[in-house]
Design a binder for this molecule. Structure first.
Ligand SMILES: Nc1ncnc2c1ncn2[C@@H]1O[C@H](COP(=O)(O)OP(=O)(O)OP(=O)(O)O)[C@@H](O)[C@H]1O
Ligand SMILES: O=P(O)(O)OC[C@H]1O[C@](O)(CO)[C@@H](O)[C@@H]1O
Ligand SMILES: [Mg+2]
Length: 323
């Protein structure tokens, strides 16, 4: 006997590759167990505008391989207010929805936590390229975003080597440098600049100069947007070492598009299914994640109030290998 009979799912905040696979898993697991499921368009904005529709097995066909989100996404100011959250909870009750699954980043989790405190049975799924949610090893979309950056750096390396140039690559991540860190290790970047680690531009410029003197034919600096603009970093390097002429590439929203990797699809499928089964068992107010291969559900209040642990081991490794 399921604790929920009619649930809803929404995607919120910046979209991420694999959100569709998560929506598919939620819808299909719910229907498999005889639970009605509604899709809410445009995140909390759609909720406040009662923009929801019943989903069926076919409405999530042919989407597992697609980037973006068929439910669309939004950033919604009104939902940040207590009145907006109250209205959202009332609308869910009006439609007889007894469980909500929110797929989004840290901000979306804050919203889910508020709804949970208003008595709505809510589960969060970590859908963001930023990998900035705690109590999960990875977020849905992160693996794809990192692969996109690595692919771009591979291409930049070719042309930088031909011309013996250096490249400054700005990647996403306002408060979390994981995209830069993981892509930096995977692409063999010479320097990785992150919001979590203070850096000294004199040392960065010196290292680049030294690298060229030691016979390197290129140099890659990955900059997380949270530490500043790629252009400013490049200008700072030229001021310190005019012989270096870095070229700047801002990858921007390219990082949020395209087909999700197999890892992201599997993560999304496992977590979508897990969240529905937890709701059925009577659980709620949780953020779902995968830790060391296992699906886990953690009190969402704890999730939103715990900063994601920085991977110091990976950062130290990048310093040892980037000589
Ligand atoms: N403190 C909060 N209380 C209630 N709702 C919130 C809060 N913070 C964010 N939200 C809601 O969640 C939406 C998405 O949040 P945000 O813009 O931070 O993106 P996100 O979910 O962190 O995704 P990403 O960082 O990957 O783009 C906001 O537009 C807002 O509607
Ligand atoms: O252009 P938007 O949608 O405001 O989003 C940009 C931000 O969203 C994120 O991509 C996460 O989705 C951040 O890394 C980035 O700073
Ligand atoms: Mg966020």
């Amino acid at each position: 006997m399921s604790a929920v009979k009619r649930i809803a799912v929404l995607t919120s905040g910046g979209d991420s590759q694999g959100m569709n696979a998560a929506v598919r898993a939620v819808v299909r697991t719910a229907i498999y167990h005889g639970i009605e499921v509604y899709g809410i368009q445009r995140g909390y904005h759609g909720l406040l505008n009662k923009d929801l529709r019943k989903m069926d097995i076919r409405s999530v066909g042919d989407i597992i391989q697609r980037g973006g989100t068929i439910l669309q996404s939004a950033r919604c100011q009104e939902f940040r207010t207590a009145e907006g959250q109250q209205k959202g909870a009332e609308i869910l009750r009006e439609f007889g929805i007894d469980g909500l699954i929110v797929i989004g980043g840290d901000g979306s989790y804050q919203g889910a936590n508020k709804l949970s405190k208003l008595g709505i049975k809510t589960m969060g799924l970590p859908g963001t390229i930023d990998n900035d949610i705690s109590f999960t090893d990875y977020t849905i979309g992160f693996d794809t975003a990192v692969s996109i950056v690595v692919d771009a750096v591979n291409k930049l390396r070719d042309t930088m080597s031909s011309h013996e140039r250096s490249s400054v690559v700005e990647v996403m991540g306002r408060h979390c440098g994981d995209i830069a860190l993981y892509a930096g290790v995977a692409s063999g970047a010479e320097s990785i600049l992150l919001p979590e680690v203070p850096f000294n531009l004199d040392e960065v410029a010196d290292r680049m100069k030294q690298n060229f003197e030691n016979g390197k034919r290129h140099s890659i600096i990955l900059v997380a947007e949270g530490v500043g603009k790629g252009d400013d970093i490049a200008n700072g390097i030229v001021e310190r070492c005019p012989s270096i002429e870095p070229r700047v590439t801002v990858l921007g929203h390219i990082q949020r598009g395209g087909t999700p990797t197999a890892n992201d699809r599997i993560l999304a499928s496992r977590l979508g299914d897990f969240a529905v089964r937890r709701l059925m068992e009577g659980d709620s107010g949780k953020g779902c994640g995968v830790i060391k291969g296992e699906c886990v559900a953690t009190d969402i209040d704890l999730v939103v109030n715990t900063k994601k642990e920085f991977n110091q081991e990976l950062y130290d490794l990048s310093c040892r290998l980037s000589q």
